[in-house]
Ligand binder design. Structure first.
Ligand code: ADP
Ligand code: MG
Ligand code: ZN
Length: 610
């Protein structure tokens, strides 16, 4: 897939260069050929030169005589007098009669031609080239410095373009889009049955899941012109300009049908119209124009609109109705299999060592988007280079997952001995409570090496499988695990630190969601007390309940967390020996694996609480 840039600028350069070229041609090159500049002399000089046999070429034209000296280096000109016998005399003087001497008039003509002809030729070439480019670019704006011209990028298919096989996972989305490609290749198959293609397809999903990538793959597969524009490019300062850009885009598209128009981040123009803040005339006009244009062409014209957004709920309902965007294709975060496939796709570009287990990496990177996975692969390769390896090993991948989750290792963060101890006990507290409860993900790794994200250490738990459902017990156990770091500090040091701030945040979020979203509280039951907006962008939620209820919810949250905190404390104090043993081990080693942890834990297992 190749992108054709605006042809406007090259054309300007082309003309400037042409002009320079012509000037150079005329001042430097042509004079070498036409160096006989004609000198006007009187008739006497002519007669004298004839007598001295100093005339080379001569041309008696009407009204003037042109002649050169013997070596033909200089050209003279003089008027014609009634001079019988001139011809004989010239003949005797050995002059050659010739019409080849440049006539000043002719000279003038050639000099004019030498300016105009090259210019005409170059101009014609320029015109032709720009026409060509415009045709490829799918619409002419080469000569205008357009306001109101859509500056859509146009891709034409080429060999090295992105294909569907470059998009890993996302099988449902690919299937959906493949049908569209199929239609563009073979419209008769559909029109015979009477089926018409959707006019618009909306890709929705969280950032980095491959929406833009999918659209590019469609462009690579479809073999038709592909207009790509970002929604924000329509947004202009002047009212009406955005609308005219939309008009222009669709005009070009219709000329080039069958083709695909891709509007990325469509929420920039498609935002729900409201009058809350006095409205936004420019944006609304642009949106109205888009609505009109999408209505304006019939089902089977072969123009298909593809759009992507991660804020579908913010879009105007009019835009989403069937007939405009008939089809909504969810592009969700990849599952375990999808993650492994994405890792494999990107790992093709790097040199892998023998025995790298991408499945294990995919399990560690639960919840990562395609973009993050691509980043993990690249970070792993960078890590390998930094450590002088020629191939990327498992360890590089593990490190890079941690980099993406927790940031880089902080090389020069110096923790005091006591702090290091506190962090060790804190992390082992998490790990122990996680391991000693049922329904918890196994511990993969514990480390007390500080990270640039601010974490002084962390415990990595990795699920064997993706989890789609969480039971109430599992959530409670998670909360207990979050509180366990603090619980360990209390038990061992009798004092508490700021190290638990992130745990507190996570635990509170879970406890609140249990009540307000999952209906897991006995008193409130299955009542939604919260709505979520921006589900793909972190999910902001806002409470929808009376202030009395809010108060009750807060009390519940406190109760849930303190119950789990007590539970975690109980587990740890029942296993105090193990807590100390493993924490001291971690303090020495700084990083221990899940296996090491389990080995020490299972050596002499003390009775499990509960
Ligand atoms: P968005 O959904 O935000 O438009 P992009 O399509 O721009 O995300 O994805 C960003 C990058 O992440 C891509 O260029 C690609 O390298 C990687 N990526 C995302 N999803 C996938 C996927 N399913 N398969 C392969 N690579 C992916
Ligand atoms: Mg995108
Ligand atoms: Zn913690």
């Amino acid at each position: 897939m190749k992108e054709y840039k605006e042809p406007r600028k090259p054309i300007l350069y082309y003309y400037a260069l042409s002009l320079l070229f012509i000037i150079l041609l005329n001042t430097l090159v042509f004079p070498m050929f036409l160096k006989q500049t004609v000198q006007q002399v009187d008739y006497g000089t002519f007669m004298k030169m004839t007598e001295e046999k100093n005339v080379g070429l001569v041309n008696v034209a009407s009204g003037e005589i042109l002649f050169t000296d013997k070596d033909k280096t200089k050209t003279y000109k003089t008027g014609v007098l009634d001079d019988p016998g001139l011809t004989e005399r010239l003949f005797e003087a050995g002059a050659e009669f010739s019409t080849e001497i440049v006539n000043p008039v002719a000279n003038f003509l050639t000099s004019t031609l030498s300016w105009i002809l090259p210019f005409l030729i170059l101009f014609a070439i320029g015109r032709y080239a720009s026409q060509k480019m415009m045709n490829k670019a799918g619409g002419g704006n080469s000569m205008t410095f357009g306001m109101g011209k859509s500056n859509a990028k146009v891709y034409v298919p080429s060999e090295e373009g992105i294909r569907f096989e470059d998009v890993a996972g996302e099988d449902e989305a690919k299937e959906n889009l493949q049908e569209i490609v199929e239609y563009l290749h073979n419209p008769h198959k559909y029109s015979e049955i009477g089926a018409s293609m959707p006019k618009g397809v909306l890709l929705v999903g969280p950032p980095g899941t491959g929406k833009t990538l999918l659209a590019k793959a469609v462009a690579g597969e479809a073999n038709v012109p592909f207009f790509s524009i970002s929604g924000s490019e329509f947004v202009e300062m002047f009212v009406g300009v955005g609308a005219s850009k939309v008009r222009d885009l669709f005009k070009q598209a219709k000329e080039k049908a069958p083709c695909i128009v891709f509007i990325d981040e469509i929420d920039a123009i498609g935002k729900r119209r409201d009058t809350q803040f006095g409205g936004n005339d420019e944006r609304e006009q642009t949106l109205n124009q888009l609505l009109t244009e999408m209505d304006g062409f019939e089902g089977n014209t072969g123009v298909i609109i593809l759009a992507a957004t991660n804020r579908p709920e913010a879009l105007d309902p009019a835009l989403l109705r069937p007939g405009r965007f008939d089809r909504r294709v969810p592009v969700e975060l990849p599952d375990l299999k999808g993650r492994e496939e994405i890792l494999a796709t990107h790992a093709k570009k790097i040199k892998l060592a023998e025995g790298v287990d991408l499945g294990a990496i995919a399990r560690m990177a639960a919840g990562a988007s395609g973009a993050e996975l691509a980043n993990i692969v690249n970070e792993a390769a960078l890590h390998a280079v930094r450590h002088g390896k020629s191939k990327v090993e498992q360890g590089d991948f593990e490190e890079s997952v941690e980099v993406v989750i927790a940031g880089y290792q902080k090389k020069n963060a110096i923790l005091s001995d006591h702090e290091k101890k506190v962090v060790s006990y804190h992390e082992v507290g998490h790990a122990l409570v996680a391991a000693l409860q049922s329904h918890s993900a196994p511990v993969q790794k514990i480390t007390i090496i500080p990270r640039t994200s601010g974490a002084l250490g962390y415990t990595m738990q990795v699920e064997e499988q993706d989890k789609y459902l969480l039971s109430k017990e599992e959530i409670e156990n998670k909360i207990a695990t979050y509180t366990a770091g603090r619980a360990a500090e209390e038990l061992i040091f009798g004092s508490i630190t700021t190290g638990a701030s992130n745990d507190i945040e996570q635990a509170t979020k879970l406890a609140r969601a249990m009540i307000t979203r999952y209906g897991m509280d006995d008193d409130f039951g299955m009542v939604a007390l919260e709505t979520t907006t921006n589900q793909y962008l972190g999910g902001d939620s806002s409470l929808v309940c009376s202030s009395d209820t809010q108060k009750a919810i807060d009390e519940r949250v406190v109760k849930i967390i303190s119950e789990q905190h007590q539970k975690a404390r109980a587990i740890l104090s029942d296993n105090l020996g193990k807590l100390k043993e493993i924490s001291e081990y971690l303090y020495e080693k700084e990083t221990i694996t899940g296996e090491e942890f389990m080995r020490i834990l299972e050596e002499r297992l003390e009775p499990i609480a509960k």
